[in-house]
Design a protein around this ligand. Structure first.
Ligand code: NAD
Length: 423
């Protein structure tokens, strides 16, 4: 694929383009987006070098068609993962973190974590560095093959808390001194019962904080209100885990009573939201998993803890064909990093057959985040047309074939071109 002239690849260091401007993060955490924003990208490992240029091709075309020469992204390559290790000896160079901070908004392909080398996940290092406390996954159908009938009923945005819960990694393995000490503390000092904590237990701690929950809930409610969504669910098994998921649900309803939301968030289960309002409802997690399958149109936004959000977003993605069709944004107080939801897919890397849609739709989501909605819309419309015309990467084509519909399989690059041709 030929490199567009607005892409500044890494060459012995990050290349800052002249003529571009950094997005400004104002004091109130809103963005001032210049007409020539510098947007960093991390190609990613495995299929990353195939899908990321495909995304850039499509986003460039959409921006040009929407705004002509008046707006243009200047893409700057940052290194992370295998490529960074090869070129700099580090998997996440400081230079990458520094530039991301200056640029405020960026996008990345998948990054692998080598197993058994004691290497920490770059994704979680990035999450921590920028406090991306909400993982936002919009799941909607665009015409691709799916496992359920009437997939147009699926249009839900999952807000997964990204910094709390069992993912904080306080784990005590069975049979170790640590597990025995924690067990003893729980039995002797905290009134825990012996039957729940036999000597061979492993223990994972599940913390949940009011501050972390409330900022996440505010973000989700603001999103629901700004985008005209109506039905917002806050999920959890508060009946079992009262101190954590139960508290999360209660805090969500406390946020709904804050001045910013009081008049716009309906919490009475019997009431219907009027124009400009949303309704917040508590739903038990297992109920939500069932409802998403049985009547997916019931919910517009789902607010979830970290672990429940993980389950729910994957189930929702499966309804419309899998994570390959779903975008994702890691969002904090202004800082945002958009990314493909699937992994590095080494089994197909280098073959030119990877589906570039997840990162491409993440690119569209990023455009919306910048306020460049017209360009995002052009991408959505064009992708829909490719499905109407039954063209896609081999995973898409074989999905159609399984449904008895003939389709044309094309390479990653050709697919990006097919999208561009329809913009
Ligand atoms: P994976 O998503 O890489 O692969 C699962 C299956 O889906 C494979 O058969 C693969 O070929 C297929 N697949 C994935 N993306 C595809 C695409 N765009 N087009 C066509 N087929 C696609 O999942 P995995 O094997 O569990 O993970 C591999 C690595 O990726 C691991 O190191 C994991 O840590 C990492 N990972 C990274 C991210 C991220 O950076 N956000 C997310 C998930 C996994």
């Amino acid at each position: 694929m030929q490199k567009p002239e607005n892409v500044y690849v890494w060459e012995n260091g990050v290349r800052e383009p002249s003529g571009g401007e950094f997005i400004e993060l104002r004091e109130d955490r809103t963005l001032r987006v210049p007409d020539r924003p510098i947007i960093p990208f991390i190609e990613g490992d495995g299929i990353g070098p195939e899908i990321t240029p495909a995304m850039i091709l499509v986003v460039n075309s959409a921006v040009e068609k929407a705004y002509g020469e008046s707006r243009k992204i200047l893409w700057v390559e940052l290194l992370a993962g295998d490529k960074a290790e090869e070129k700099t000896g580090e998997r996440l160079p400081q230079e990458t973190l520094d530039f991301l901070r200056k640029a405020v908004v960026g996008i990345k392909g998948p990054l692998g974590t080598p197993v058994g080398k004691g290497v920490r996940s770059i994704n979680s290092a990035l999450r921590r560095a920028f406090d991306f406390y909400s993982a936002v996954r919009p799941v909607y159908w665009m015409g691709q093959p799916t496992p359920i009938p009437q997939p147009e009923r699926v249009d839900v945005v999952v807000f997964r808390e990204n910094t709390d819960d069992v993912y904080v990694g306080a784990e005590f393995f069975p049979g170790t001194g640590e597990a025995l000490r924690v067990r003893e503390f729980l039995l002797k000092e905290m009134g825990a019962k012996e039957e729940g904590f036999p000597e061979d237990v492993g223990i994972t701690v599940k913390p949940m904080s009011e501050f972390k929950t409330k900022r996440h809930v505010r973000k989700a409610l603001r999103y629901a209100l700004e985008t005209g969504r109506r039905n917002v669910a806050v999920i959890g098994k508060g009946n079992i885990m009262k101190a954590t998921e139960g508290a999360f649900i209660n805090w969500a309803f406390e946020v709904a009573q804050e001045e910013e939301f009081r008049d716009r968030v309906v919490t009475d289960p019997e009431a219907e939201p009027s124009e400009g309002q949303v309704k917040l409802t508590k739903v038990i997690t297992d109920q939500m998993l069932m409802q998403l399958v049985l009547r997916p149109d019931a919910w517009d936004v789902v607010i979830a803890q970290n672990l429940n959000g993980d389950y729910v977003s994957d189930l929702a993605a499966a309804l419309i064909g899998g994570p390959g069709f779903v975008p994702s944004g890691n969002i904090g107080d202004g800082y945002a990093l958009f990314e493909s939801t699937h992994g590095t897919a080494w089994d197909i890397a280098g073959k030119g057959i990877a589906n570039p849609l997840s990162i491409t739709l993440s690119g569209a989501m990023m455009l919306e985040y910048l306020g460049w909605k017209e360009a995002a819309q052009k991408i959505y419309t064009a992708v829909r047309k490719t499905f109407e015309d039954r063209v896609g990467t081999p995973d898409v084509a074989s999905g159609f074939e399984r449904m008895g519909v003939s389709a044309k399989a094309v390479s990653t690059y050709e697919y990006a071109q097919e999208i561009v041709n329809r913009i």
